[in-house]
Design a protein around this ligand. Structure first.
Ligand SMILES: Cc1cc2nc3c(=O)[nH]c(=O)nc-3n(C[C@H](O)[C@H](O)[C@H](O)COP(=O)(O)OP(=O)(O)OC[C@H]3O[C@@H](n4cnc5c(N)ncnc54)[C@H](O)[C@@H]3O)c2cc1C
Length: 501
């Protein structure tokens, strides 16, 4: 692909504007982004009209001021809502994605790809062109496989349950399978059947030069490797995914949902760790959450699933139940009904930020006591923001592949730890900074106690300086090689993209 000097200059100007937004305003609430910084990228009107004309049936181009623009401009995280795209292509088919990529390359317009729009760091929004695949959401069963359009979300997979086929997905209904898979994919079934990316059999991508390729073990294997943990928005636009599914139609699962006082945290975590250590088959999966709800309430919740009957789970949980939970719900259900219970209630859109760690050891009692104390002393500020630390249990099948077998490297993790905060749009910057400072202090504390910097790329953190090693460990150099091969000019770019200096 040849790019003129003028185009290259305009592109780098657009990139710089987007990077400035990502870097300079990362710690500010969306409302604090100066108006001049988000007026959109400057392509001429004739070029935009051309894009609108070339799209196929069912696809739309939204421009500022037009119908449908506001509804589709911002992604889920309102922290970046003031980053206003100059245009949004709602793709209906792979051919629209090809046209949008070719058009953006030809006109030097920076772009970001969006599927579920749940990126923590604003990497699926831009002042240039958003290429949105959300409408490409069909889920089609064939034999033991599920074929998905690139814009399908967790909820689309659950809606196709009549086929009785499942692959391990995430908890939030609106999270896109694209972002989830490309960065790894944690859920309540990963200890049993692996990460989402571990079940990927093949995928199709539109590359930077507009060609379409298939990536699988037998074709473009290096790209296939990178698509399992190398994160979205790096190598191309994935327009379709095929997963090796598990028949779950007749399976039963028992959900459990327990809440304790923070004062019991040391004992609760010790008991859960005992159960995890003894569960070689990965039937038991759990998240432990320390939460300050922004008002005056703190809690420790233990939510999970056991693939098996209730009486067996109750026996496993006996020591935990002896710690007298404030609330205890345990119920055996059909597999799908259990997933419905575990699904997160999405609630209203707000602003959020997360930091993560992936330790290779269990949490010592002293560390658990420190997390509990951090939660107890969380300062929500006048905005009544929530603060939390969530432990996603890993291990079982999710740790079976070698660290270099797929691009997701953290195969010795005991937990993925998510340290975060949610706040309301419009919260003053000083208050937001105080919330973020508190998450940084918990991150620092746990990094020292657990002796790791490893982080989960699907909880991207604009603060991280050594993000290459944190997200990818020893796999980073191979990812950079794949990048050079499939996107040599670095058309796919964002603040923490592979290949970014
Ligand atoms: C409320 C909430 C709950 C979450 N729960 C979980 C969970 O249970 N387990 C878990 O593992 N993670 C979870 N996450 C993190 C989630 O996995 C990531 O945010 C994921 O990347 C979101 O994917 P998306 O398609 O929704 O996001 P997007 O913002 O659309 O995309 C994420 C990244 O991938 C790129 N991208 C999007 N579509 C494509 C495509 N088709 N081809 C190539 N690149 C693409 C984007 O440019 C961006 O860089 C959660 C996040 C939130 C906000």
């Amino acid at each position: 692909m040849r790019i003129s000097r003028r185009t290259a200059l305009r592109r780098s100007a657009g990139m710089a504007a987007a990077a400035a937004l990502a870097q300079g305003y990362a710690d500010s609430p969306a409302s604090a982004v100066p108006a001049a910084a988000h007026q959109g990228w400057d392509a001429d009107e004739a070029a935009w009209r051309e894009l609108g004309r070339i799209l196929g049936a069912g696809a739309y181009l939204h421009r500022p001021g037009g119908q449908g623009y506001l509804a589709s401009a911002s992604a889920d995280n309102q922290r970046y809502a003031a980053v206003r795209p100059a245009g949004i292509v709602m793709c209906a088919a792979e051919s629209d994605v090809v046209k949008a990529v070719r058009w953006a390359a030809r006109h030097g317009v920076p772009f970001a790809v969006r599927s579920g729009g749940h990126n923590y760091a604003g990497y699926s929004t831009t002042t240039g062109l958003v290429i949105n695949l959300r409408a490409m959401k069909q889920v089609t069963p064939k034999g033991r496989r599920l074929h998905l359009g690139g814009g399908a979300t967790n909820s689309d997979v659950y809606a196709a349950r009549d086929a009785g086929l499942y692959f391990p997905g995430g908890r939030c209904p609106g999270v896109g399978v694209a972002g989830l898979t490309l960065g790894g994919g944690l859920g309540f079934n990963d200890r049993k059947w692996g990460l989402t990316c571990d079940r990927l059999a093949e995928t199709r991508l539109v590359l930077a030069d507009g060609t379409v390729v298939r990536a699988a073990a037998d074709e473009n294997p290096d790209l296939f490797w990178a698509c399992r943990g190398g994160a979205g928005g790096n190598f191309g636009i994935n327009t379709a995914f095929t997963f090796d599914a598990v028949p779950v139609g007749r399976l039963r699962a028992t959900v459990f949902d327990l809440t304790f006082a923070l004062a019991s945290a040391v004992d609760v975590v010790a008991e859960v760790q005992d159960i995890l250590a003894g569960d070689g088959a990965g039937d038991f999966d759990v998240r432990i959450g320390f939460k300050h709800n922004g008002q005056s309430t703190t809690s420790l919740w233990v939510l999970g699933q056991f693939i098996g009957p209730q009486d067996r789970l109750r026996r496993l949980l006996t020591p935990l139940l002896a710690l007298r939970p404030r609330r205890s719900f345990i119920e055996e259900r059909g597999f799908w009904s259990a997933q419905d219970y575990l699904m997160e209630n999405p609630g209203a859109k707000d602003c959020y930020a997360s930091k993560s760690l992936v330790p290779d050891r269990w949490l010592a009692p002293g560390t658990v006591a420190e997390i509990a104390e951090w939660t107890r002393t969380w300062r929500p500020g006048p905005a009544k923001a929530t603060g939390y630390v969530t432990l996603f249990a890993m291990g079982g099948t999710s740790d079976s592949p070698r660290p270099d077998e797929t691009a997701y490297p953290h195969r010795d993790g005991t937990y993925v730890i998510d340290i975060g905060t949610h706040w309301q749009p419009g919260t003053p910057p000083a208050e937001v900074n105080s919330l973020l400072a508190q998450t940084r202090s918990a991150h620092r504390l746990l990094r020292n106690r657990l002796d790791t910097d490893a982080a989960y790329v699907n909880f991207p953190d604009p603060d991280l300086t050594d993000w290459r090693r944190a997200y990818y460990g020893a796999n980073h150099d191979r990812l950079a090689e794949v990048k050079r091969r499939y996107d040599p000019a670095g058309l796919f770019r964002y603040a923490q993209a592979i290949g970014t200096d």
